[in-house]
Write a protein that binds this ligand. Structure first.
Ligand SMILES: *[C@@H]1O[C@H](CO)[C@@H](O)[C@H](O)[C@H]1NC(C)=O
Ligand SMILES: *[C@@H]1O[C@H](CO)[C@@H](O)[C@H](O)[C@H]1NC(C)=O
Length: 409
């Protein structure tokens, strides 16, 4: 997998093949309404849960005041169920009048006034997945409307899409022609059995490869296993401005334990995945907030090289897995995942970890142990909780020594 010359070849051809709109150079981070709030539209019965400007403003306030913006979570994105069920007389999309009385431009400016960015949802079909008006037949009007609303991020779903291979690039071109840089999130490959990832990366910043995530561990594990099993089809496409998207972070909701939440955060960071929460930000349990705000793990996700990591090893019964990402500065991030219900005590060889033979200084990214040194060729011993992870940054000892010298002189 790690043949240097192969990547030199990619490095030299890639820029002309990938979307170049200046945004999403590292995986976008933020919040999206869907997993937590779905299509709740009854504000009388569910005043704090319904998709409304109150929910979006409350979330933006909490993201700005509770350290999320500072940690890099920037985009606040409304998913489906925001518009009226019919377009206006002028053919334009209209936000639900009762739930978004101030209008979308006001809302987007409110969010941006906090230093955050604003995202919205649409669908390349006649109807969105929940049955609201889709962009089909109104593509130019809707792209222009999003730019007028000062949108920074567009998620385009694929329910009822007639021809994704044609529609997604066309809508991307229309977004480009507005002159407003917007992250373009495409659900294109999730609706196809053999997606052309090169064409997708040319049109989109990020793309949903697979089905919707749900609020439970089985769903997180299923997505991880799918990414591990199919990685050779798309991992090499990732790079600055282009990322595979395994879907939202479940962290902070009822469906994951602390150990399981740590697994998702670690593996998503190895995958260079967008880190998009979907949770009640203003009242999250501190142990989950700590995971989402872990600076060292976020730094892995946001590594400027933008290279997606791989599942490099799985145990015989598939219970333990090693996920490995190359980082800038010749460092690596390795997540040792235990997908099973019993504790794993393991010892891994350099070969199993796919590590170049040299000494490393290991930094435990969840801070359960002090720094340790691994000598070239030495087996790596680790104990992993049931449905848990140990996550380390491996820094070549020689690099660490150089840094130390620079600090001295
Ligand atoms: C979209 O709606 C139009 C008008 O009703 C119809 O002709 C067309 O077949 C629909 N397209 C799809 C992909 O459903
Ligand atoms: C539009 O595309 C051109 C060519 O790829 C690019 O240079 C420019 O930054 C894009 N503009 C926007 C607003 O996306």
């Amino acid at each position: 997998m790690f043949i240097p010359s192969l990547f030199v070849v990619f490095g030299s051809v890639w820029p002309s093949l990938a979307l170049d709109n200046g945004v999403g150079l590292t995986p976008p981070m933020g919040w999206l309404s869907w997993l937590r709030y779905s299509c709740t539209i009854n504000c009388e019965e569910y005043p704090t849960e319904c998709i409304s400007e109150n929910l979006i403003k409350r979330t933006a306030d909490a993201m700005a005041s509770e350290g999320f913006l500072e940690a890099g979570y920037q985009y606040v994105i409304i998913d489906d169920c925001w518009p009226e069920t019919t377009r206006g007389a002028d053919g334009r999309l209209v936000p639900d009048q009762a739930r978004f009385p101030s209008g979308i431009l006001e809302l987007s400016r409110y969010i941006q006034s906090k230093g955050l960015k604003f995202g919205i949802y649409e669908d390349y079909g006649n109807l969105t997945c929940a049955g609201y008006p889709g962009v089909l037949g109104h593509e130019a009007t809707d792209a222009a409307t999003f730019a007028e609303w000062e949108v920074d991020y567009v998620k385009l779903d694929g329910c009822g899409a007639p021809d994704p291979d044609e529609g997604y690039p066309m809508f991307g071109k229309l977004l480009n022609e507005t002159g407003r840089p917007m992250i373009y999130s495409c659900s294109w490959p999730a609706y196809q059995s053999h997606p052309n990832y090169y064409a997708i990366a040319k049109a989109c910043n990020i793309w949903r490869n697979y089905g919707d995530i749900e609020n439970n561990w089985g769903s997180v594990l299923n997505i991880m296993n799918w990414f591990g099993s199919n990685q050779d089809e798309f991992a090499q496409i990732a790079g600055p401005g282009n990322f595979n998207d395994p879907d939202m972070l479940v962290i902070g909701n009822s469906g994951l334990s602390v150990d399981q939440a740590r697994v998702q955060m670690a593996v998503w960071s190895v995958l260079a995945a967008p880190l998009i929460m979907s949770v009640e930000v203003s009242s999250m349990e501190p142990e989950f907030k700590e995971i989402l705000l872990n600076k060292d793990v976020i730094a892995v996700d946001q590594d400027p090289m933008g290279k997606q990591g791989l599942r490099v090893w799985t145990g015989l019964d598939g219970q333990d897995q090693i996920w490995h990402r190359e980082l800038s500065g010749n460092a690596r991030a390795l997540a040792f995942v235990n997908s099973g219900e019993t504790t794993v005590e393991a010892s891994y060889t350099y070969e199993q970890m796919k590590l170049p033979l040299q000494d490393y200084i290991l930094q435990d990214l969840y801070k359960e142990e002090e720094k340790r040194t691994l000598r070239a060729g030495e087996d790596f011993k680790v104990k992993i909780n049931p449905t848990g992870v140990r996550f380390y940054k491996f820094v070549p000892k020689i690099e660490e020594d150089i840094v130390r010298e620079n600090e001295i002189y």
